[in-house]
Design a protein around this ligand. Structure first.
Ligand SMILES: NC(=O)c1ccc[n+]([C@@H]2O[C@H](COP(=O)([O-])OP(=O)(O)OC[C@H]3O[C@@H](n4cnc5c(N)ncnc54)[C@H](OP(=O)(O)O)[C@@H]3O)[C@@H](O)[C@H]2O)c1
Length: 331
């Protein structure tokens, strides 16, 4: 990380904040820190600077729910012209009891991926990722299954039942939480992280040869604000129980360190999803081997669904104009 430039999303609390702090400690020359509002992220940058005694933090307004905000952030990054070596797509949330859709009609826990896709494709199109850039996006163990209270949707079965087998349409329905999708908050979160794992694999096939992308679960770190919207069963039952089991929770710093560890991985494992060992939510990360994660049809369906919903693809060669024409906010 020495002398490199990093961009971290969702730095106003939790793991994004911890990762930004550690990147500065590791010698990053510049760390672009993002938050939904400029005032809030300016405060974050000032706090990080005071805490780390470095002046490497640059605040950037970025609300991933809003294509207009992502477009403005991209325009600002183009103006600054500094290529990014490490793109850490950390922002995310566990949704609450009440279903929330963004103005663009995307379920709230799915929305960060749509904004992250727009940002990543925009940076690539603008030549603002360095030739050996590493991209890490936050995943979570529910994407591989076996996490109590969190089960993901069987996309092939859902596609067969409601979309004549069209998995792209099925993933699009999950991103929008309808039609034919019953809103179950924990399932929406598991699906969001599963779609992220598939999107990562599909992006890896599209990146220039020196670059790499990984989905990385930071693992359980219940000291962050991640479950602030979650229901009482998760907040007051599951998490307190998990916290009592040795080895089932870790500090935000330990969790965020997984992102930094992955930033050192090679192109040979690009596209893979790294998470705790089966049955665990902490400890060393390993590449996940579950067949549903490696199903190419699922991966490509997820990519196409994200392209359809965001209106952004590599074929929209000039991403900044494509963003402004094709994906403005809808009320
Ligand atoms: N902590 C865990 O146990 C755990 C486990 C597995 C995976 N993860 C993943 O790790 C990532 C970080 O979570 P955390 O634990 O650090 O939670 P956190 O303390 O709630 O921090 C999440 C950050 O993401 C930002 N964010 C969320 N949605 C956004 C959006 N649509 N646009 C812009 N910013 C957005 C939040 O900003 P606002 O405050 O403005 O919303 C906040 O800065 C998430 O992707 C989460 O799913 C966490």
């Amino acid at each position: 990380m020495r002398h490199s430039t990093a961009l971290v999303t969702g730095t106003t609390s939790g793991l994004g904040y911890a990762a930004a702090s550690m990147l500065a400690a590791q010698g990053c020359r510049q760390v672009v820190v993002t938050g939904r509002s400029l005032a809030r992220v300016q405060e974050t940058a000032a706090q990080l600077a005071a805490e780390t005694k470095t002046q490497v933090f640059t605040p950037l307004e970025l609300d991933l729910d809003s294509p207009t905000s992502v477009h403005s952030a991209l325009a600002e990054l183009v103006k600054r012209g500094q290529p990014v070596d490490f793109l850490l797509l950390n922002a995310g949330m566990v949704p609450g009891k009440r279903r929330v859709l963004t103005a663009a009609g995307i379920e709230a826990s799915q929305a960060p991926l749509i904004g992250h896709h727009q940002l990543t494709v925009g940076l690539l199109g603008a030549g603002l990722l360095s030739p050996n850039a590493r991209i890490v996006i936050a995943g979570a163990e529910p994407a591989r299954g076996g996490v109590p209270l969190f089960s993901y949707t069987d996309v092939p079965a859902f596609a067969a039942k409601h979309h004549q087998g069209d998995r792209t349409a099925a993933v699009e329905a999950l991103l929008r939480n309808g039609p034919n999708v019953k809103y179950v908050p924990n399932r929406a979160y598991a699906d969001a992280k599963l779609i992220i794992a598939w999107w990562t694999a599909a992006l890896a096939r599209r990146l220039p040869s020196g670059m790499a992308v990984y989905a990385v679960s930071p693992g359980a770190a219940t000291g962050t604000r991640v479950v602030r919207n979650a229901g009482p069963a998760l907040k007051y039952l599951f998490i307190p129980i998990v916290n009592r089991i040795p080895g089932m929770n870790q500090t935000p710093e330990t969790a965020a360190r997984r992102y930094l560890q992955a930033s050192e991985f090679g192109t040979d494992v690009s596209g893979q999803f790294f998470a705790s060992a089966q049955g665990k939510l902490t400890g060393p990360i390993e590449a996940q081997r579950h067949p549903h994660l490696h199903d190419r049809a699922n991966q490509e369906a997820a990519w196409q669904a994200v392209v359809n919903v965001s209106g952004v693809d590599f074929s929209s060669a000039a991403p900044l104009s494509a963003v402004s024409e094709g994906a403005t906010d809808r009320g």
